[in-house]
Design a protein around this ligand. Structure first.
Ligand code: HEM
Length: 406
């Protein structure tokens, strides 16, 4: 086999190739792959084997998030929110901030949000059924995650459409540009606008606290000192950025996957497989967040390959989740798969803070489809997102047939 030469930083790579063919090739030929410097970007390592990906996620000592945790920021040399936003903060400060955030996600707040998600999801699926043939992305899934996080944070209803648009642009799924540089510029502007938005909302909640997560955060203390308003702003931003698109792409992605696997769909509908186990398999199979990354804080050797101090190391969840050494028949959907320790939420100190909410949303969609829909037929080629970070579908024409009695 020739030495692979993909550029994993270039979104076009994922338009021109089937990503799973790339991962199979890399896992077998170059599991610790050096993505050579290209187009002004520095080179970086790409890990594609499950065990390596999980080991680096868990090793906050030898691999830091404080110089960025996704290719965009790692390649640019850093992230302006270091030490303030959970995902790019390490050590004690990270643990303290994470505890504050976890406390703000009280069981009461989460129970309220979960109830709203279930009702909202059923309502959206019914709306899709009323249309007969609908765009599942725009007509059904689009607003479910943004409403969930907005409910949690206390974002007014009138601002949610704006935040959704900004989030999509920030993560490059909704850019008018095909040129990577222009798209990066648009995405930077959108990220700044989200920060400005939360700056105002945080100031408002400081002046007049309510019963929501932002109000809890602005009143929280770490080591006897109030959490700085800017830190609250950065973490609101990270909840929106982290929680909207990932969940949305998973909800959309499950539809063709279930439509293409009629025996699995039947097993879900008959109750032969539980929604709980189906949620995990959908997360493994769809792998919405393709990679995260770190910088090595010292020289390390992985599978005999020397990685120097300061090198960028990217962890490809979408490959780890299909590693044939870990998952039996990894390219097949098996809703009853057990064990199913997929890497979709990461591992270790930065394990996804929103995993409970993400699972709740995906479970609510599986339940709504199971109870309300009889058959799903994809009526046009889905439009896919082309990004090096997120994988999924942006437009999905599907004909939904109602279940008996609905
Ligand atoms: C299917 C849905 C989701 C997926 C696949 C996902 C994936 C991930 C992954 C892989 C990480 C680890 C990043 C790293 O190690 O650098 C992470 C972290 C994070 N996620 Fe999620 N996420 C999802 C939903 C959510 C939701 C709904 C929220 C917000 C409510 C959220 C908020 C966060 C935050 C704040 C972090 C940073 C945690 C830390 O650094 O301590 N995520 N997510």
């Amino acid at each position: 086999m020739p030495e692979p030469t993909y550029d994993l930083a270039d979104p076009r790579t994922f338009r021109e190739h089937d990503q799973y063919a790339i991962w199979r090739h890399l896992r077998s030929e170059a599991p610790v792959y050096w993505n050579a410097p290209r187009g002004g970007n520095p080179g970086f390592w790409a890990l594609t084997k499950y065990d390596d990906v999980v080991a680096v996620y868990k090793d906050g000592e030898r691999f830091t998030s404080e110089r960025g945790n996704v290719l965009t920021t790692l390649l640019a040399g850093g992230d302006s929110a270091v030490g303030r936003m959970l995902a790019v903060t390490d050590g004690k400060r990270h643990q303290d901030l994470r505890n504050v955030m976890l406390k703000a996600f009280s069981p009461r707040a989460l129970a309220y949000v979960a109830e709203r998600v279930q009702a909202n999801t059923r309502e959206r699926v019914r709306a899709g059924l009323d249309l007969g043939t609908c765009d599942f992305a725009a007509d059904v899934a689009e607003k479910i995650p943004i409403n969930t996080i907005s409910d949690l944070l206390g974002v007014p209803d009138s601002d949610r459409d704006l935040l959704l648009r900004l989030t999509k642009t920030a993560l490059s799924s909704d850019t008018d540009s095909d040129d990577p540089e222009e798209a990066a510029e648009e995405s930077l502007m959108a990220r700044n606008e989200i920060l400005f938005y939360f700056d105002d909302l945080v100031a408002e909640r400081r002046a007049r606290p309510r019963e929501d997560v932002i109000s809890t955060l602005v009143q929280a203390t770490v080591d006897g000192r109030q959490v700085e308003p800017d830190d609250v702003v950065f973490n609101c931003y990270s909840l929106i950025i982290g929680g909207d698109e990932t969940s949305r792409l998973t909800m959309i992605g499950m539809v063709p996957v279930l439509a293409e696997n009629p025996a699995q769909w039947a097993a879900l509908k008959s109750g032969e497989v539980s929604v709980k186990s189906a949620v995990e398999e959908i997360l493994r199979y769809v792998s919405p967040a393709m990679h995260f990354g770190r910088r090595a804080t010292r020289a390390v050797t992985i599978r005999g390959v020397d990685i120097a101090e300061g090198d960028i190391v990217t962890l490809w969840n979408s490959s780890a989740n299909r590693d044939e050494e870990i998952f039996t028949d990894p390219e097949s959907l098996d809703l009853a798969r057990t064990p199913n320790r997929h890497a979709s939420f990461g591992y270790g100190p930065h394990f996804c803070l929103g995993a409970f909410l993400g699972r709740t949303e995906i479970g609510a969609m599986l339940e709504a489809l199971r109870d309300l829909v009889d058959e799903m037929h994809i009526t046009a080629e889905p439009e896919r997102l082309h990004s090096n970070l997120l994988s999924g579908i942006t437009s999905l024409q599907v004909k939904l047939t109602p279940a008996a009695g609905n």
